[in-house]
Structures are given as C-alpha cells and as structure tokens.
Design a protein around this ligand. Sequence first.
Ligand SMILES: C=C(O[C@@H]1C=C(C(=O)O)C=C[C@H]1O)C(=O)O
Length: 468
Amino acid sequence: MATTPRVLTVRTREIRSGDPLYDPNLLELLPDSRQVEGDSAAPVQIRDASLSWVCHGEGLVGWGEVARIDTAGPDRFTDTDDQWQRLCTRMEVDDTVRLPGTGPVAFASIAFDDQPGRSALVVPEVVIGQRGGVRWITTIGEAAEPKPVTPVRRPGPVRYSDGRLPATSYRAAVAEAVRRMRGPERISKVVLAHDLLATTSEPLDARFLLHNLAERYPSCWTFAVDGLVGATPELLLERNGDRVQSRVLAGTSWPRDGADDDHLAKELLDSPKNLGEHAYAVKSLAETLRPYCDELSIPERPDVLRLRNVMHLASDVSGRLNEHCARNGRASLLRIVSAVHPTAAVGGAPTADAVRLIDELEDMDRERYAGPVGWVDGDGNGEFGIALRCAQIQPQAPVRRQATGATAAGASGAAEPPRGDSGGGSPEGSTVRLFAGCGIVADSDPDEEVAEAQAKLLPIREALEGVQ
Ligand SMILES: C=C(O[C@@H]1C=C(C(=O)O)C=C[C@H]1O)C(=O)O
C-alpha cells in the first residue's frame, strides 16, 4: 500500500446548483488525470488516473491517489477488503450528506483470474458524486482541491493489430471448446474471449473514451479504474444496506443485414441455445448469492436489454442480506463479490472446470477484463459491474530512451507486453488492449461467435476512434 498519513481526513459536502462544480454532466468535471511516475533518472511513465462509475448521469467520478492497494493471487479479494477496512479505521469523517458513496470511497478493479491476478484499489483525493439528484464532493486527505478541467485531447488516428489471441486463433479455440463439450467433457458452458491491440497517434486521454461511451451507452456503467476504461451493461452486485441487486446478462443477438430489432428480440427470447446460456449464468449467481440472503428474487423469464450494438437476455436479480451477513463484517461487499465471481456469464459451468478450460484454450492473461470493477464506501455499500466492453490503457513511456523499432502491437504469438511496458506504441501515442468474449455451449457455431465478439468490440472501438 502507498504510504499514507496516520489519520486521513474525509470531508463530504453537498454541491448545489450555482456552485461552479455543478456541471450537469459528472464526467465533464474530470480533470486531465495523467500522472507521471518515477524520476528523470529512472524510466518515467505516464498513467491515466481517471476514476469513474457513471450510469444515466449518476454515480461517481474521482481523481488523485491518496492510497492504493495492489493485490494479486487467489486471496486478492480478501486482501483488498482487509486493507481497505483497516484504512477506513484511520479516517476521520465529516459527512453531512450520508448517502451510499459519500464519506470514504475507493474504486477497485479486480483481476479475472487467480493467476497472475493483479488487482488495484485506489482511494482518490477528490470524488464528485450524484445520487437521486443530490450532488456532493468528497475530499480525502489534506491538500485535496478540485483541479481545473482542461479540454479533452483527441487521440488521433487509431491502428489495430493482433493481440495475444487474434480472431483466427479465437475461432479455433471456440471450435475446440465445442468439440470437447460434444464429447465426454463435463463442461456445459465456457466463456472464451480474445483481445485486440490498438495504438493511437497521440496520447490517449481516458476522458475521451469515457465521454464517448457515456454518450452512446447511457444505460451502461461507464467506468475507469487504473487505466481500465469501458462501459459495461452487466451489474455483478450492488449493495445498499441489506439490499443487493444484480443484472445478469447472457445470450446475445446483434444487428444483421435488414433484420428488424423487434424480430431479433423475439428470436432471442425464443432461442433454446441463448436461453440455456442465460440459465447457467443466473443459476451460478443465485447459487453463490443465496447463502448470504434470506430473500432472493429471480425473474422466471429473462427480458431483453437493447443496446446500440447488441441485445442481451437480461435478468434483474434482487435480494435481502440475512441478518448474520448484514451485521457481520465477514460478509462485506468485496467478500460477497468474491463469492459470486466469476458467474457463468464470464466463466462457465461448472465454474472451476470452465475456468481451467479458459486458461488452457485462451492461453493469455485476461488481466482485469471480465473481473469485478466498481466502488465501495466505508459502510460497505457499493456497486461492482463486470468489466466488459473495455480497454486497458498500457502505461505510456513519455521519453523513449532507446528506439526499439518494435511494431505497434505484438504480432500474433508475440509475448504479451508486461504491465508497465508501453506495449511498443509510438513515442507519442498510447497502446490499449481491447477484449470481447462469448458464451460457448455444445451447439455454438464458431463463425457466429467470432461475429458476436466483433459486435461486442464495437462500443470501445468507436469510442477510441471518436465515431459520432
Ligand atoms: C463476455 C462478454 O459478454 C458476456 C457474454 C454474453 C454472451 O455470451 O451472450 C453476454 C453478455 C456478457 O455476460 C463480453 O462482452 O466480452
């Protein structure tokens, strides 16, 4: 954890209209949050420290870093939770607003897998939030003051290149999964993903992605934590007091030539393959969440969630935590998130076998893609989505001390750029890693799954390219 003062002062006050901080759009209040790390004698890197969790104009944005908790491995959730709770005991809180998300707040992004499993929780210096029309500002630590907002920089033209698992290899992985599921393998569903690298001509300002995503996908949660930026339609778990809520998605359709949306939605609702994929995801969430709840409400049939690029089968699940959990610190939000992750929306069924098959067939580090991303407050309230439709911005080396002549992006089969490497981008530009995946069952068609993954990449590609 970063060195922090022994006692941290946390102040939350309401912002009323007329205050210069009252811009109707939360994301417009984010300053340029590029941070330079290291000193000139050592390698210097630029990281984008923008923090965001915004849906339908409400949520939280933050910047600065008062403290940071880096964890790794199978205990990443409990380690993060323990350190966050310890940190909260050292905070002196003056909060006149008293809503979920006021007072002490941290943003977190947790790795999908146990290995290597690098996760981050960031305690910002400044948070501006909005809930139910109430706007507030929280400052954590001493010198925290809002920074002036400078115009968002455009990243210029974007070049794409193969990631660790290009589309052709992805198709082969899907075909192999199908072959195994039709054979003796006891796996019923596995969610396989692939990655794509993008290099921008100019340094990427995370706000450029955030603004574009929020404008085109207002019903999604537009997030940014430690350089992972996206707009997810899937809510893993929200906790507000003893209430928990989740939006499970699985089963997808996307616009094809001439197909009308209502027709596609009806087809999706009638598709046994998609309903089957969806049922695994709901069942996995329900089974892992039930031990924490004395009430759990699961819709009998899914609905259709329509987005610009795709539509999904969706089930909104809600529950009430049992008294033991509501009172017992052992069942904090991060610990319940740990229990439900990964649902069969991004892992598979049965979970452990599916995750092993993902490791084998993808043979890449998903990093924090498909992991929980969101925020938690000092009372244990918070929201975590599943990090989908997103891009990981690689920290950027601003000064090239040695020209490497590397191409923009590891050609297929090349070693993955380690975290902290610029990824071989141009000296001025940024390299980002995009991901998309699909649930695979025994009757999946590999070509259709490749097309579905392309449809799921559209939001982040268009945000990066600034498509209007
Ligand atoms: C894995 C992704 O999406 C997940 C898989 C879905 C599916 O297979 O139908 C639908 C929504 C998400 O739960 C992704 O977007 O990368």
